[in-house]
Design a protein around this ligand. Structure first.
Ligand SMILES: O=C(O)CCC(=O)C(=O)O
Length: 262
């Protein structure tokens, strides 16, 4: 799956690019089926905390009749589950990533993110580079691939085109007690913004976005699930002065290592 010049130009200018049919129907079914098994108790001993429930469910604001409807995300499932293990090295994903940040690629954060129906979780505008103490930011990107149809009703990804050209903005914890752990919002970008674009994706379609692009997701007001697979990738040439979060686990998925780099 080679990127066209127009797709690469769109990424460079707008900060993101949409690619259709990155995952096949078989892959989508495999990951959804396994996630459901994990939600229903197949999570291996020691990895329980990697299955993160939404704060509204934990605090009893929302009651669910199905364990899967209470999940916020599966953190790093590729590190403890055989079905998810190959996901960050999916060739169709890496071909796109290589076209954007070069041939030497490390995956460092895999998440299957839910926004279950009835869970009105808001993830405000933020820049992912805020979480990543390494750079350069131009060599880091996120992949966000739909396992379900996603649109504004079920909390799709909303991006602010060209915001990757901004510097890193200060971030803060949103107000209120129904905030999932680790959620921060960019100062001055609370709520919707003029020019934002909500991405309508079919299952298997994906967004690839620059690590400084402002993006958010809103509540799921539909009766449908909204499940996505995300992986963050960096060039193996990225460097850090320290302070990298211990939750990030670097794995070379294409190309080679560089001495003194991540
Ligand atoms: O999919 C979501 O709800 C939020 C994803 C996101 O913005 C992130 O993980 O940085």
């Amino acid at each position: 799956m080679m990127l066209t010049d127009a797709q690469r130009k769109h990424y460079e200018e707008e900060g993101y690019v949409l690619i259709n049919n990155v995952l096949s129907r078989d892959e989508i079914d495999r990951y959804k089926t396994r996630a459901r098994e994990l939600a229903n108790g197949a999570i291996p001993p020691g990895a329980e905390k990697m299955l993160v429930r939404d704060v509204r469910v934990v605090k009893g604001e929302v009651h669910v009749d199905d364990p899967e409807k209470g999940i916020w995300k599966l953190m790093q499932p590729d590190w403890y589950d055989k079905t998810f293990e190959p996901y960050p090295a999916t060739p169709a994903i890496l071909d796109v990533v290589e076209g954007l940040i070069g041939p030497d690629i490390k995956a460092f954060l895999t998440m299957m993110i839910y926004k279950p129906p009835g869970v009105h979780a808001d993830h405000p505008f933020h820049q992912d580079s805020f979480y990543f103490a390494f750079g350069p930011h131009d060599l880091i990107l996120g992949s966000w691939i739909a396992l379900d149809k996603t649109d504004i009703e079920n909390g799709t990804l909303v991006v602010l085109p060209r915001s990757h050209r901004l510097d890193l903005i200060d971030h803060d914890t949103p107000r209120g007690d129904m905030v999932n752990f680790g959620v921060f919002g960019a100062h001055g970008y609370e709520g919707s913004q003029q020019g934002e674009v909500a991405l309508n994706l079919e299952p298997g379609d994906g967004a690839f976005f620059h690590s400084r692009l402002l993006h958010r997701t809103g509540p799921n007001t539909s009766t449908r699930h909204r499940r996505v697979m995300t992986v963050h990738f960096a060039s193996a040439k990225c460097k850090t002065d320290g302070g990298v979060l211990p939750q990030l686990k670097f794995r070379l998925v294409r190309g080679r290592e560089y001495e003194g780099c991540i």
